[in-house]
Design a protein around this ligand. Sequence first.
Ligand code: SF4
Ligand code: SF4
Length: 349
Amino acid sequence: MEQDRRSVRRRMVLGRTGLEVNRMGFGGIPIQRVPENEAVETVLHAVNCGIDFIDTARAYTTSERRIGLALQQTDKKVALASKSQVRTADGIRREIEASLENLQRDRLDLYQCHYVKDEADYAQVISPDGALQGLVRARQEGLIGHIGITSHSLDLIDRALDDELFDTVMICFSFLESAAENKIIPKALEKNIGVIAMKPFSGGVLAEARLCLKYVLSHPGILVIPGVESITLFDANWQVFQGSFQLSESEQQEIGDIRRQYDKAFCRRCDYCQPCSEEIPIQLILGMRYAIQRFGDAILQKEWMQSGIENARRCSECGECMERCPYELPIPDMIRRNLRWLDEDYQSG
Ligand code: SF4
Ligand code: SF4
């Protein structure tokens, strides 16, 4: 009986998409950083265990191709989602075609406008020749099933929920980054818009699968997509998914302790600190240490990372960003510490 109740709770319908899936899916970022055979084995293992929703992106280099290779080796039914940062109708059409080819499918279940930064970016997406139009046409042609949007900005997601132009929203959600729980998640669920939670480990800051996943899963009706690159890491997550999602008192206490530890040391990616007169991508620089630890040199080679670091070296310590940060983070100090780590520990080590 108890087991029945849990299994009901482990399944969900992703809002108006009608996709019925397990509440834990598979995030496609980390499989880029291991040899191809390991990546394919990990995806295949996850699917054989019961994963039936996989999210990837055009931006995740080899990820789509590797997922496609893994899915060629199984008959299991898996809902597939990908996404693109291209903002024009014609451009995103080409992106969909590339995703279909990589993933070896005729149709994807969900295609998302990836990483929509702010209102100006959103205006481009929904403009007459924007990406949304391209996605609507692709849906009419049957190339994709549903349309979603992903963003780090909850203000932007809130706007998208008001407009009701998207079937799903993907948000950052973890116990260090929990602002969505009071407004965004209830609003989306009320409108029957699917909620996909990314970064349950706060972008690599946290490592404890039990606390991180239970926290997200204890919020009913949302889909979490932890990314892993090995069978061992997947099994640790899957084991948590098989248990109860109820946080015990001692686990809640552990979460409280960790929250206090990171209170003035963790960037929640809200971008309220912008604009910076030196054009420093503050959230990128504050999170770069974890990103580099997870993705290694590949991420350091990206043009946007290099220019971000270059700009960060010009921080004048004017303090304007600090006045705007709702979490009162000591931003210039954090920038300095991260650059010092990069120069003295990472690059020289
Ligand atoms: S303190 Fe540095 S990061 Fe903050 S606004 Fe000034 S220049 Fe930009
Ligand atoms: S530094 Fe503060 S305001 Fe800027 S993105 Fe991070 S949490 Fe938000």
